[in-house]
Design a protein around this ligand. Structure first.
Ligand code: GLC
Length: 716
């Protein structure tokens, strides 16, 4: 529909119809089981026409149901306006991929785009139009449960993944390509910086820090064309995001030139009351509409008070009209006026969980699983060894993660099922194994199997409910019973390979004496196959951490790109009065960018072609990488830069580029990076993003710790 007709349509709508267009309700209100809606309907003070004219619906899936609802909706809508269906497709629809924190460890942007594209395809045939993804909140605190939804602690890497997710979801012709869905980037802004890692808690940071580290991910998603932005539950400089005019009108719409739809998070408009910035729902409605929030998700402040606010002159009707127009434009961008059923297709739902999609999920999981330790090359296993596969996660199908909505555990592959393809010498327990309080019988059986085995695969981890929304943990160790099991097994057989399913960086000191540690995260529908592929060497691990694993939760927040301080420990490690702890190091146990391979890579001859950089030229840094092993492998070569003297304190290093190179056994290759003035720009005290002339370090290596540095100058 042309723009002029959309504008005319808004003018044709009554005030009540316009207000209802801003309401988003859950799918239950449209189910055929009417009683499912009477309770919430009464509770929310909704009338039938509010439900009938609510502009969008969330959490519905299934082509036939989506078509039924759209048909009924349009028959009853006076102006023939279609509804729009949104849902959380965070890392897969029915074929579940590794959680985003795992995907972040792949450093594989093409894999992220493929994941998003397959997710969109399965969602679109099921009748969906929008996904509430990508979540691009930067996270530096593993206590926060939603760390599993992020791609980690680095602004540069988060931004690259944000772009890839949006491209995969939306493609380049959203209106006509019905295999794609619109992306909603969230949660704007800085939700991942919740104080003390406690979900929904206050966020305190300077505008400069917000712009430097937290906003780049959202901006990258918007530059890639994300159609929607979701508000975050937290405050930004004392004002909740959902009522924050500066954040949404000045930064998002003005500075970022975003003219798409802003949707509140679930209940976040009404929560302005609990935050203490609105006395009642009427004031909450006014704050939110003035901040530019177009859609109110699952509360009714707009429904009950927006018309009154306009009629009494407190709110300009133009604010309502612009919100309605943006919602209609989104429906139009999805082609819903011409094709209200869009991609919904009962016959095409066979693409869901197809063998091709499962294979893609397996390959992406392989790339996301991090080999953290491999002492004496105990891995890979060979098919002749007798291997005991024990522990609570061995037979578990709890491998999908907390945001796997349509995913079904029974369709997932357990480690045991994956292992059977590789060995006929497996010792497997029969006893049910609880994650937190295994029976004595189960433990005794596990120990006896360990005793008979050459090697032990001890499958441990978190249950999926231990991470995700409203799942922060103050203690990030493995469950105590699992550490006790580790000790009991170690007493009879020290050849232990620990595999982990978990949704956050953990304090792994309890299993430190494992010979090998394989971090599988929640690896999705094909978890067991991908993990077995790595354990038996069919896949040579390539993943590198995108978030630091602390020595202890007491170090948190701990992240690689930290500031130096006025008393850096490194300057005088034996001194008392330097920045350090009495009881633990300053460093991560496994740092950002770290991961092992079955190959061994060495770095030589780091050189730059000149030492003076100007805004007009670039410096070429070259390093020679050699695969010292016989086995072909993939290395992620990482480039970090430090600004040695800034107008404000600068991080001791920042990731600026990376390249993944595949090297055959004994192969050497020169890898080059172009260093530009643009890479050196940062947010100054006056909020301008510019570079300073002066001295810099360029550092290259396999992770954020083991680096070789060269110096250069920026001359302006
Ligand atoms: C939740 C989450 C948000 C999600 C929304 C809809 O509370 O914060 O990420 O998209 O509600 O389910």
């Amino acid at each position: 529909m042309e723009q002029a007709k959309l504008t005319a349509l808004v003018q044709e709508m009554t005030l009540a119809e316009k207000v209802d267009q801003l309401l988003q309700l859950a799918a239950d209100f449209y189910s055929q089981a009417a009683e499912e809606k009477t309770g919430p309907m009464t509770e929310m003070g909704l009338k039938d026409e509010n439900i009938q004219n609510a502009g969008t619906i969330l959490g519905l899936a299934g082509a036939s149901e989506a078509k039924r609802i759209q048909k009924e909706y349009m028959e009853k809508n006076r102006l023939g306006i279609p509804t729009l269906l949104m849902a959380d497709i965070i890392h897969g629809f029915r074929t579940i991929f590794p959680i985003p924190l795992a995907l972040g460890s792949s450093w594989d942007l093409a894999a992220a785009e493929e994941m998003a594209q397959i997710s969109a395809k399965e969602a679109a045939v099921s009748g969906l139009h929008v996904t509430f993804s990508p979540m691009v909140d930067l996270v530096r605190d593993p206590r926060w449960g939603r760390v599993m939804e992020s791609t980690g602690e680095d602004p540069y890497l988060n931004a690259r993944f944000a772009e890839s997710f949006v491209k995969g979801y939306q493609g380049d012709d959203l209106k006509n390509d019905f295999t794609r869905v619109a992306a909603c980037v969230k949660h704007f802004a800085a939700y991942g910086a919740a104080l003390a890692g406690r979900d929904y808690n206050t966020v305190n940071m300077s505008e400069r820090q917000l712009r430097e580290s937290y906003l780049p991910g959202y901006k990258a998603a918007l530059d890639a064309g994300a159609k929607l932005v979701m508000t975050s539950f937290n405050t930004v400089d004392g004002i909740p995001a959902t009522g924050n005019k500066w954040l949404f009108r000045d930064v998002l719409r003005q500075e970022y030139d975003f003219d798409g739809v802003v949707i509140s998070d679930w209940g976040a408009v009404k929560e302005l009351i609990f935050h203490g910035v609105a006395a009642d729902e009427k004031q909450a409605a006014q704050l939110a509409i003035e901040a530019g929030v177009d859609i109110e998700m699952m509360t009714t402040c707009y429904t009950h008070y927006l018309a009154e606010l306009i009629e009494e002159g407190s709110v300009d009707e133009a604010l309502l009209d612009e919100a309605v127009l943006r919602i209609l434009e989104l429906k139009n961008d999805l082609g819903l006026f011409e094709n209200p059923y869009r991609g919904a297709s009962v016959e095409d739902e066979k693409v869901i969980l197809s063998p091709e999609h499962r294979q893609a999920a397996r390959e992406i999981a392989q790339k996301s699983i991090v080999l953290l330790k491999n002492k004496a090359d105990i891995l890979p296993l060979n098919s002749e060894e007798t291997v005991a596969i024990i522990g609570p996660a061995a037979a578990s199908h709890d491998v999908l993660g907390a945001w796997s909505w349509q995913g079904k555990m029974e369709e997932a592959v357990s480690l045991l099922e994956g292992a059977q393809a590789y060995s006929s010498h497996l010792l497997v327990g029969k006893e049910e194994f609880d994650y937190f309080a295994p029976s004595q019988k189960a433990v005794a059986e596990a120990v006896s199997l360990a005793q008979k085995a050459d090697k032990v695969v001890l499958a441990l981890g978190e249950a999926e409910w231990m991470s995700g929304e409203a799942a922060s943990r103050s203690d990030i160790t493995l469950p105590k019973a699992q550490i006790a099991l580790f000790e009991a097994v170690k007493a009879v057989n020290p050849n232990i390979i620990v595999t982990l399913y978990n949704g956050r960086p953990l304090d792994l000191n309890g299993i430190d004496e494992a010979k090998a540690i394989v971090e599988a995260w929640f690896a999705g529908t094909e978890a067991g196959n991908a993990l077995a592929d790595i354990l038996w060497g069919a896949f040579n691990p390539t993943a590198r951490l995108s978030m630091s694993f602390p020595e202890s939760v007491g170090q948190v927040p701990i992240f690689y790109n930290c500031d130096s301080t006025g008393r850096p420990y490194e300057s005088a490690p034996n001194e008392k009065y330097v920045s350090k702890y009495l009881d633990v190091s300053n460093y991560a146990k496994y740092p950002f960018g770290f991961g092992l391979s079955y190959s061994q890579f060495s770095y030589q001859d780091v050189v730059i072609d000149q030492t003076e950089l100007t805004p007009e030229n670039q410096i070429l840094l070259t390093v020679t990488i050699t695969n010292e092993s016989e086995q072909t492998g993939k290395e992620t070569v990482q480039l970090y830069i430090q600004d040695l003297v800034g107008q404000v304190v600068r991080p001791i290093k920042e990731l600026k580029a990376f390249q993944q190179v595949v090297l055959a056994g004994k192969e050497s290759r020169k890898v080059s990076f172009a260093i530009t003035e643009e890479m050196l720009r940062y947010v100054h005290q006056d909020q301008r993003t510019i570079s300073d002339a002066g001295a810099f370090l360029a550092m290259v290596g396999p992770n954020s710790r083991d680096l070789t540095a060269v110096t250069f100058n920026l001359v302006k």
